[in-house]
Design a protein around this ligand. Sequence first.
Ligand SMILES: [Ca+2]
Ligand SMILES: [Ca+2]
Length: 137
Amino acid sequence: MSVEILDGATIVNFLEDEEAFNAQICDRFAHLDSDHDGRLSYGEMLKELQCLRLLETHFGVDVETDPDELALVYGSLFVQFDHDLNGTVELEEFKSETKQMMLAMATGMGFLPVQMVLEEDSFLKKAVEWESTKLVA
Ligand SMILES: [Ca+2]
Ligand SMILES: [Ca+2]
């Protein structure tokens, strides 16, 4: 975990650099796909869903602590990724949904820099790192 300052533009610029974004998506997907069958089951997605949930709490959404409620939240997030409803999340689904979510987040953030606590391997952290390498280059 680290504290970073970012704004909507950081995220949008990162998403627009398709090469950098795709590389991160493939990385993340391979990392989550622990049985290497090329698709993410609910169990494999759970870690990612928990990160997303954590992010939502940054944006003022109530934190549900009831395990049953949480299971419902994760279930509905999973279905949001699983566009063809075949019970697993494929790379393309993972990519397009992650992109949508990050865009929504960027829009919500606007262009005023905000301070956020970021997980080391989260996409937002990658976006910040990506931006700092751009600035140095
Ligand atoms: Ca898998
Ligand atoms: Ca699917």
